[in-house]
Ligand binder design. Structure first.
Ligand SMILES: [Zn+2]
Length: 399
């Protein structure tokens, strides 16, 4: 009985071992098979473009976002992405994997606004002591996304104290893109207090004179010439009857300049050329009743003192840019081209930036005056424009 039992258990043990072996072999085969199958089907790898922050309003489609696909094929149709709203957006792409099975891949993009607002403003504001002016008058801001951008102003300034103050205009859009621009506020003494200024060196008895820089000048029929150049500014006026129209030389210079500019892709034209005494009178009266004479004198000439009446000046505008005869033109490609090239055609930037004390006018990036190439080249001064007043040693002040 004992022996039979021993024999039986031996059989059981052998059976167990055999079963275990069989299971082991089966498992091994299965593992080997699975592994082999995996090696035959390669994993699909999709690479997206590096930056998934997409600028608002940009033209982009879903397939532009995919840089590369390995072991698979995109089957999604090309589809335009709506980039008109800021924020996250989920994108779905359908592809076939290496086994030609259709699969879905999703990822998130972010529509962002990184463009700063732009501010249009006057770089120089001038007033007299005790005469508050609205520093936000004529100031405006634009943005690619946010409508109704407000401009704030800061800086240490005092309308009751003579001085030059730096003021700052700031505009911020809804994405916190900020633009900060600097302007100068000049608070001058009251004009009747400026007796310590040197009067222009003009002899009243003779119509000939010599300027403080030694240039010979004369006045004939009420028109002043210095070194042969007609001068029309706040000191030297023109008679009411003087009205030559835009002179031939000025017109010709502007025509050849516009033609040369066009070959550089810059399209300019003379928006305002000759202006009669009467036209200037009407303009100046409008401005001074709107802003007050003190303020109007900085940007508009009194009748008889406008360079436009000489027929030698033109306000240039762009055919491609809406900013025309305002500070919005200052940083345009057109203004830059003009400032760099006008002298070649005998034209000068008549009221350069920061020269108000010499010219009597604020910066006008659009106002050009014909003087001939010889003098224009000297005044160009490698881009650092010299004013006619500084060059000849004369003033521009109303008597
Ligand atoms: Zn002008």
């Amino acid at each position: 009985m004992k022996r039979k039992l021993k024999k039986q258990s031996k059989v059981v043990i052998i059976a167990i071992i055999t079963t275990l072996l069989l299971v082991l072999i089966a498992t091994s085969i299965l593992i080997w098979k699975t592994k082999n199958q995996n090696e035959n089907v390669n994993e699909t790898k999709i690479t997206l473009i590096d930056n998934l922050d997409i600028e608002v309003f940009s033209e982009i489609n879903n397939l532009d976002l995919i840089k590369d696909i390995k072991n698979g094929e995109i089957t999604s149709e090309k589809e335009h992405i709506d980039t008109n709203t800021l924020g996250k957006q989920e994108i779905e792409i359908i592809y076939l994997d290496d086994n030609s099975e259709e699969k879905e891949y999703t990822f998130t993009i972010n529509i962002v606004d990184t463009e700063k607002p732009t501010i249009t403003f006057d770089k120089e504001l001038i007033t007299t002591v005790g005469n508050d002016i609205n520093l936000l008058k004529g100031v405006s801001a634009k943005d690619n996304y946010t409508k109704d951008i407000k401009v704030s102003i800061d800086g240490d300034y005092d309308f009751n104290k003579v001085g030059e103050y730096t003021i700052y205009y700031t505009a911020k859009d809804s994405s916190n893109n900020k633009t900060k621009e600097e302007a100068i506020l000049i608070v001058k003494e009251k004009s009747n207090d400026t007796n310590n200024e040197k009067p222009p060196v003009v002899s009243n008895n003779s119509n000939e004179f010599t300027t403080s820089k030694g240039f010979k000048g004369y006045t004939k029929n009420g028109i002043t010439y210095i070194d042969g150049i007609l001068i029309a500014n706040k000191t030297y006026g023109l008679p009411q009857s003087y009205g030559p129209g835009l002179t031939k030389e000025t017109q010709a210079a502007i025509n050849s300049m516009a033609a040369a500019a066009a070959t550089d892709g810059i399209n300019i034209y003379c928006q305002s050329g000759f202006r009669s005494f009467e036209t200037q009178q009407r303009l100046y009266n409008n401005y001074s009743s709107r802003d007050g004479a003190e303020a109007a004198d900085i940007y508009s000439a009194r009748p008889g003192h406008s360079e436009h009446q000489s027929g030698l000046a033109c306000d240039l505008c762009s055919k491609d840019n809406s900013a025309c005869i305002n500070s919005g033109f200052d940083n345009s490609n057109e203004a830059k081209w003009l400032s760099n090239n006008a002298y070649k055609f005998g034209l000068i930037l008549r009221y350069p930036e920061g020269k108000t004390n010499e010219t009597g006018y604020k910066f006008e990036s659009w106002h050009y005056r014909y003087v001939g190439t010889e003098l224009a080249t000297k005044l160009y001064n490698n881009g650092n424009w010299i004013t006619l007043e500084d060059y000849f040693g004369i003033t521009s002040k109303y008597k």
